[in-house]
Design a protein. Structure first.
Length: 375
């Protein structure tokens, strides 16, 4: 599979930068006069992920409509077909799971939702795990997680719509068969997941030479205790009566470096901005020099993503994260050996990436490939 940057990315660079502007969204001069972008629709959550498969943006639904949709409408018809905005609004849940290693968290958070038949997107960041779920499933989601002993932090301002830019792809065509009852066990879930992936010709692969690091932006206000999993909230009113956001505490060097990297069309970059966390970045290790000392974390890390191109699956497909992660945990005995501490996951709108250490990613690929090879 060719790992090429999307040819549509330059078209969407300006809208991507627009949602990153530190000025208030209500400044008409910065929003080309569009309506609906006021102080109340500032992002409570924003993820921009650029991978060899696609560029995926998770932002407030008003931003998707007023910033990205007009750009899509101006594209030639064939190009516009390769770009999607989800019709279903999503809710972002931040789940505190202190004391668990990463692999255990992925399993504990996703399996109850998969067994309940709920489609999700899952994003692991430096501080938190975020689950994106259809807003209409909110009550079911919260009940499923509370039943497993989790504390769910939800915010009405966290409703989002992922805007997706991808290269050479169209949405899967045709109607989906009637939904079947959710799986009754983890083993049945894994079996169904790999049957579905195999049927849709999903082949796991690694991009040679791509090594990642998971970092956080250095918080210049020192409001965030780096030793704590949850930082102090910065979504407050400042002295001028205006709400602040993560940008008020972002290092200027980090911000300008981020703009420079986005403008260069990176091979891999995922940045997550959440109202109660410092900026979190999962990025190509070769980009570290651009950020200098504006990042903290294991900059000597060596993480490798295993990509799953899910373009042929409907966005509402269920069980992918839990099924794949669960199989790896079982087959590689991660929990017993402590390797599960290294496993994380990144969902984009039409793809997924299982992220492990270099050594473990090779072993994981050996587990996944035979399960998905055509007979």
């Amino acid at each position: 599979m060719q790992a090429a940057q999307t040819d549509l990315y330059p078209t969407f660079l300006q809208p991507i930068l627009q949602v990153l502007l530190p000025q208030g969204a209500g400044d008409v001069s910065l929003t080309n006069g569009v309506e609906g972008l006021d102080i109340e629709t500032r992002h409570a959550f924003l993820n921009i992920s650029i991978t060899p498969i696609e560029c995926s943006v998770v932002c407030h639904s008003d931003w998707a409509k007023t910033v990205f949709e007009p750009v899509i409408n101006r594209l030639p018809r064939d190009a516009a077909k390769r770009v999607t905005i989800s019709k279903e609004p999503y809710l972002v849940l931040s789940v505190i799971s202190a004391g668990m290693d990463a692999g255990n968290r992925v399993m504990e958070l996703t399996s109850p939702l998969a067994l309940a038949g709920i489609p999700i997107l899952f994003i692991t960041t430096y501080y938190s795990d975020f689950i994106l779920v259809p807003r209409k499933k909110k009550d079911t989601v919260v009940q499923a997680l509370l039943a497993r002993g989790f504390e769910c932090i939800e915010d009405e301002s966290s409703y989002v719509s992922p805007a997706v830019m991808s290269h050479g792809r169209v949405k899967s065509q045709g109607s989906e068969p009637p939904s079947t009852p959710p799986p009754s066990s983890a083993s049945e879930l894994q079996k169904r997941t790999f049957e579905q992936l195999k049927k849709r010709n999903v082949v796991p692969y690694i991009c040679e030479g791509l090594s990642l690091v998971q970092c956080s932006g250095r918080d210049v206000s020192e409001l965030i205790d780096m030793s704590s999993r949850r930082p102090h909230s910065s979504w407050q009113a400042n002295g001028n009566g205006h709400r602040t956001s993560w940008l008020d505490n972002m290092d200027t060097k980090l911000y300008t470096s981020l703009i420079a990297v986005l403008a260069s069309q990176p091979k891999f970059l995922s940045i997550t901005l959440a109202q109660e966390d410092a900026p979190s970045l999962l990025l190509d290790k070769t980009l570290l020099s651009v950020f200098g000392d504006s990042l903290v974390g294991d900059v000597e890390g060596d993480l490798v993503p295993i990509f799953l191109d899910l373009v042929n699956l409907p966005l509402e497909a269920t069980g992918i994260v839990s099924g794949v992660a669960g199989k790896l945990v079982d087959e590689m005995h991660m929990i017993e050996t402590g390797v599960g501490a290294e496993l994380s996951y990144l969902s984009t709108a039409r793809a997924g990436a299982v992220i492990l250490s270099n050594e473990q990613s090779m072993k994981a690929l050996e587990v996944l490939k035979p399960l998905l090879e055509k007979e």
